[in-house]
Design a protein around this ligand. Sequence first.
Ligand SMILES: O=C[C@H](O)COP(=O)(O)O
Length: 248
Amino acid sequence: MRQPMVAGNWKLNGSRKMVHELLGDLLSGLSDGHAAEVAICPPYVYLHEAMTRLEGSRVALGAQDVSAEDEGAYTGEVSAPMLSDVGCRYVIVGHSERRSLYHETDEIVAHKFQAVNRAGLCPILCVGESLEERNAGVTEAVVARQLDAVVELLGAETVSRAVIAYEPVWAIGTGLTASPEQAQAVHAYIRGRLAAAGAKPDQTRLLYGGSVKPDNAAELFAMPDIDGGLIGGASLQAEAFLAICNAA
Ligand SMILES: O=C[C@H](O)COP(=O)(O)O
């Protein structure tokens, strides 16, 4: 039985005020027995403050990115041991915005995944195709290439212990959501590919991301291989995020 998970990716949004207000609303709105694991991933500068706010709660902290290096002369970078030091449990790697806007290759993503793993944290590995790729019928090939880059470096068993987020690029921040059937098909493909590579992915949590909102979360999460969501825009409003957490 996989515990569902809902992770909020704040992206480049937030303030100290928002950390206090939104997390306060979240903590008071989550019922004690909520079934899903909930995580929030604010910008680096707010991690410590968020950790202080979340201490003693069941809400986990994650980061949105990480350096592939642990320490040294890498101006501007933040390492996985540092993220561990401030209380993170999760680190998003390979988000499509990092891949497209900051030119992160599959190889860089694999090394970031490795750094997160080395620090004892859990990667949330993002994979997903662009609209052009979907229309060209190469969705599975793109997802396979992104997944295989990490499997080749670390092995399928290690990858299957991470969280994997399928985020079709065309659904991110656009209001267009993959249908539950479209998302389920790719999730099943990912699980199958990990199994074919020698892992036992029955326990691997596969999240869907891309315009998840309170009104579409339940039907997406009802699919057999969708174990929750990676939420962008809707994670910035307590009411919407709580409704999505409850749907999981
Ligand atoms: O990391 C989150 C995803 O990019 C989804 O963002 P969105 O919910 O705003 O579409």
